[in-house]
Design a protein around this ligand. Sequence first.
Ligand SMILES: Nc1ncnc2c1ncn2[C@@H]1O[C@H](COP(=O)(O)OP(=O)(O)O)[C@@H](O)[C@H]1O
Ligand SMILES: [Mg+2]
Length: 299
Amino acid sequence: MIPDSATTTQDIEQRLLKIRDRPVVLEAKHLTRHFRTSQGGTAVALQDVSFQIHRREFVTVIGPSGCGKSTLVRLLAGLDEPTMGEILVDGKTVNGPGPDRGMVFQSYTLFPWLTVQKNVEFGLRMQGKGDNECRSQALQWLEMVGLESKADFYPHQLSGGMKQRVAIARALAARPRVLLMDEPFGALDPETRAQMQSYLLQIWQNINITIVFITHDLDEAVLLADRILVLGAADGVHPGGHLKQFMDVPLPYPHDVDVLRDPKFMAVRTHLDDLVHPRRELVRDRLPITRMVPLGDDV
Ligand SMILES: Nc1ncnc2c1ncn2[C@@H]1O[C@H](COP(=O)(O)OP(=O)(O)O)[C@@H](O)[C@H]1O
Ligand SMILES: [Mg+2]
């Protein structure tokens, strides 16, 4: 399914408004997660985070290090339980991991003893599908990520980008409602990363999937998303990670790498930068000039 393209400001606004009319797939209600610290105190990883994500939305989650991004995605995946609040998928409360949510992590998580094909088949076998069905479906998903020629390779024979494409194929093969991705391209070199972003946008445009994508890269957050969920770290008002803004990305659609050259891209990125790095003055802070040894002409 290829979505309609939107180019004028009015088109873009209309498209973003129409997304809100789609059914809610994923909902967080007053999500809070506290951890016990080794000193016996309480660390607030997330405090009272609520949001709704609609069908076929691409949402990126951004925020400074330690603001609770990984905690949030682990809660959404059902790998961790909230201290308070709840998560719903299609209106049903999440009580643990389930086939309705697929995960792709930053670290490579393929089974090293299985071929690429068998890695992708894994989730299908867990669903009790027969041999032939597993084989043909796995091949289709490998085709989708452009790796059918590598079906018989083992993970160690693949580049980092290829491993993540197999991880995406494996997660999608189980036909989840939501794909949860925690900094999936964080370990890749910039060129491979840009290629992976382009692949992911193409895959998303071809299938019916809602994506929640964690990143700490501002360009990546704007390039990929319909909407950006901005988390803030603890400050004078909030005891820990909290929702700062859930903002629209008013850029021509479908997004592709050309968006990076759009003047509107810079405007969105600057706004995001101010939200995520409000304390940039600290970086500009000058150290006192203290010379320990006299500087000669040779320095
Ligand atoms: N298992 C844990 N035990 C104790 N504290 C944790 C645990 N997991 C995360 N935290 C704390 O919760 C906060 C948010 O962590 P995390 O979700 O990993 O942030 P991010 O992914 O945004 O960098 C941090 O202060 C972190 O130290
Ligand atoms: Mg993290």
